[in-house]
Design a protein around this ligand. Structure first.
Ligand code: GDP
Length: 298
């Protein structure tokens, strides 16, 4: 696409001095390998993954003459290979209602993502209910209501400061009564108080299981891709306090270098259910490993 062409290619800088023809061949030596490693680390891939990816590209090719475009193709193939197994839309079960708990730090894009998902599922003919489980932030509840209106989906709320578990329980009762296909439960994202958050999430799970022992069927962790390697830390933390079953990566439309997705796939292997590509309701796309690899390598 013209957009990828106008960007300074990620690998265009491998040869260091820039401006060099992408078809010019150069011997793949230690220097070049090191430049590749550095470039991948700069793309937010994290050291471990960057080294592993570089090593795979170099394997059997040291001392050979390669052009930048050949290295790009090898890198794109390697990235696509890592990303393919995690590219999975949110699985839909015949269970009614399927309960999806949505977790993530404030600002990661939880509210927006819930709105976008609700809209997509509704367009697919599903009956959706949203529970505004971040009862501590009045603004969060209001914002979720705005998104619910946009998506044409009811949002269940409770007074500020009330127990999110009790709201979740009521929401599940209502979703069951209404014969809803899907219940999405928003949660608080105050990671500063990890113990409280853990107890709050555990209580929500415990309470909704009184209604449905299988719930929640999915726990979606929403991550802001622009936070780079911080996203890796957030997965670590959230996996300790909840049963994360899949990821949504937001803000991939901006300047995010996106390498962190490779790092996440390599480290955790959690499914990436969707990516956020803008602030509008339709700006949620399935994760496409080939397209992603091509965009990343530029
Ligand atoms: P929450 O605090 O986790 O609920 O986060 P919000 O859903 O309120 O999102 C925080 C900010 O990120 C808002 O300004 C959103 O418009 C923005 N945002 C969310 N997802 C995306 C995305 O995919 N792309 C862009 N560019 N902005 C996003």
């Amino acid at each position: 696409s013209p957009e990828t062409e106008s960007k300074p290619g990620l690998l265009g800088r491998i040869l260091g001095r820039g401006g060099e023809e992408t078809e010019t061949r150069r011997v793949l030596d230690d220097d070049m390998l090191e430049s590749l490693e550095e470039l991948l680390i700069q793309s937010d891939m994290g050291v471990d993954t960057a080294l592993r990816v570089s090593a795979n590209i170099a394997e059997g090719r040291m001392g050979k003459r390669l052009s930048v475009s050949e290295i790009k193709a090898l890198l794109a193939a390697e990235v696509a290979r890592i990303m393919e197994p995690v590219a999975k839309p949110l699985p839909l079960y015949p269970t009614k209602p399927q309960v999806v708990l949505v977790v993530g730090v404030n600002g990661s894009g939880k509210t927006t993502t819930i709105g976008k998902l609700a809209s997509q599922f509704r367009a697919a003919g599903k009956k959706v209910v949203i529970a505004a489980g971040d009862t501590f932030r009045a603004a969060a509840v209001e914002q979720l209501q705005v998104w619910g209106d946009r998506a044409g989906v009811p949002v269940l709320t409770a007074p500020e400061g009330s127990d999110p578990a009790s709201l979740a329980f009521d929401a599940l009762s209502k979703a069951q009564e209404d014969g809803a296909d899907l219940l999405m439960i928003d949660t608080a994202g105050r990671l500063q108080n990890r113990q409280d958050l853990m107890e709050e999430l555990a209580k929500i799970v415990r309470v909704i299981r009184k209604k449905d022992p299988e719930a929640p069927h999915n726990t979606l962790l929403v991550l802001d891709a622009t936070t780079g390697q911080n996203a890796v830390t957030q997965v670590d933390v959230f996996r300790k306090i909840s049963d994360v079953s899949g990821l949504v990566m937001t803000k991939l439309d901006g300047t995010a270098r996106g390498g962190v997705l490779v790092s996440l796939a390599d480290k955790f292997g959690l499914p990436i259910h969707a990516i956020g590509v803008g602030e509008q309701i339709d700006d949620l796309a399935p994760f496409d490993p080939e397209e992603f690899a091509a965009a990343l390598t530029g």
